[in-house]
Design a protein around this ligand. Structure first.
Ligand code: URA
Length: 434
């Protein structure tokens, strides 16, 4: 293979054949193609994009670059959900047992926090004893007995994405729609799911802030998912404010328990129900989104979703008593308030800045090898549209001995735009693409 010629062709806006893409990715994973050439191709893709066929071919060969989980012997429709990430997004922790309670098999392979956004594995680390590093056998067995599992990636799982993502991170080529699609869908297809609900966030706390970019990403995800025989529905949802009541790992597990008890905040509860309902329809266990929403409400009200949550947590070594006693979740010992600087309405929140502020307290990583503090974070006391007076609390803050507190206060208080205009009520879901 003439690699410089291939890079040149993409640089000039030409198209690569599926066989060339497969040979290139295979060569990279096996160490025959050096990172400087892969970096050059990534940058050419970043600027020139990829055709639909190229992006689908890239997804396919990434998917088969390592072990793929075979769940075909399990009864029950295999359906998963993935979010492009945000601040306070704990939906997966409720959705997985809720969907399993309704009869789906949910094989979730999750990641750590990325940039200003939280990660499902970090939240799960806050559950005493929870083990997300299951072997393939344990994962498949648990899906057969419990109906859901949330695990981390092993080195054998989609190694092409593991290597490419690390390289994209240091070559400023992350924000490319075909590369994001291939990265997300290759992992989902390899996990054994047969259908997918994608939550594509837009707004100040989203990975792709503009609605236009998020819509383009959602359309491409749906198109490529369907081409891979992975029926995919995408929802464009608002991340211009933190989702739910809490931001921070142990705090988000507390909110998970509150939602499962039927006492959670409206926004995170409703988004969870809606995404789970889409899964039930995709999996064929409910005929319409409306009937699926009813079914989800029943499973929350009759305790079966909570019972499934406890069964799942216990199966992975976690302490199921957290469902009855959230004081088993360790919060940081110190609390304080961040307050409004002026009087008026909350007109907008820079949600990315809030995510960075939480990371500054230790809730996420500023460098890849940082230790996460599972007990720190915020309770969100005011959201856009709420009136405030100067000095009113905006956030209750859990911190450890003031670590990162001054910087977090500066970031968080400046993140709230307060002014005379009450913003119009907006719906959390902008549109559905499927
Ligand atoms: N999440 C992923 O898994 N991959 C991307 O490229 C971006 C977000």
């Amino acid at each position: 293979m003439n690699v410089p010629e291939l890079i040149r062709r993409k640089r000039e806006g030409g198209e690569l054949a599926p066989a060339e893409i497969a040979e290139f990715i295979g060569g990279y994973v096996e160490g025959r193609i050096p990172e400087y050439q892969v970096s050059a191709l990534l940058m050419a893709i970043f600027f020139r994009g990829m055709s639909f066929d190229e992006a689908a071919a890239l997804t396919r060969c990434m998917m088969t670059s390592g072990r793929t989980y075979d769940l075909s012997h399990l009864t029950g429709a295999k359906v998963d959900k993935h979010s492009t990430g945000g601040v306070g997004d704990k939906v997966s922790l409720i959705l997985a047992p809720l969907a399993a309670a309704a009869g789906l098999v949910v094989p979730m392979v999750s990641g750590r926090g990325l940039g200003h956004t939280g990660g499902t594995l970090d939240k799960l680390d806050a559950i005493p004893g929870y083990r997300w590093a299951l072997s393939e056998d344990e994962f498949v067995r648990q899906l057969g007995t419990v109906g859901c599992a949330i695990i981390g990636q092993t080195p054998e799982f989609v190694p092409a994405d593991r290597k490419l993502y690390a390289l994209r991170d240091v070559t400023a080529t992350v924000e490319s729609i075909p590369l994001i699609c291939a990265s997300i869908l290759s992992k989902k297809a390899a996990s054994g799911t047969r259908a997918l609900v994608m939550d594509v966030k837009f707004g100040s706390g989203a990975f792709m802030p503009t609605v236009e970019d998020s819509r383009a990403l959602a359309r491409q995800l749906v198109g490529i998912g369907n081409a891979l025989a992975l029926p995919t529905v995408a929802m464009l949802t608002r991340m211009d404010r933190p989702l739910g009541r809490y931001v921070g790992n142990a705090l988000e597990v507390i909110e998970t328990v509150e939602i499962l008890r039927g006492a959670g905040p409206e926004d995170s509860t409703e988004l969870t129900i809606l995404e789970t309902a889409e899964m039930l329809v995709l999996g064929g266990v409910e005929p319409t989104v409306e009937s699926a929403i009813e079914r989800c409400r029943q499973h929350l009200a009759d305790g079966s979703a909570m019972a499934k949550f406890q069964e799942w947590v216990a199966a992975q070594g976690g302490d199921p008593r957290i469902a009855d006693d959230t004081s088993l979740l360790q919060l940081a010992p110190d609390t304080t308030m961040f307050n409004a600087a002026a009087e008026g309405f909350i007109e907008a929140v820079d949600t990315r800045a809030l995510g960075v502020a939480a990371n500054t307290l230790g809730a996420g990583r500023l460098k890849a090898d940082d230790q996460v503090d599972l007990g720190v974070g915020f309770e969100v006391l005011r959201q856009p549209g709420d009136p405030v007076r100067a000095g009113d609390p905006l956030l209750r803050v859990w911190h450890r001995n003031g670590r990162g507190l001054d910087e977090a206060r500066r970031l968080a208080e400046a993140a709230y735009r307060i002014g005379p205009n009450k913003p119009a009520d907006v719906s959390l879901v902008l549109e559905r693409i499927g």
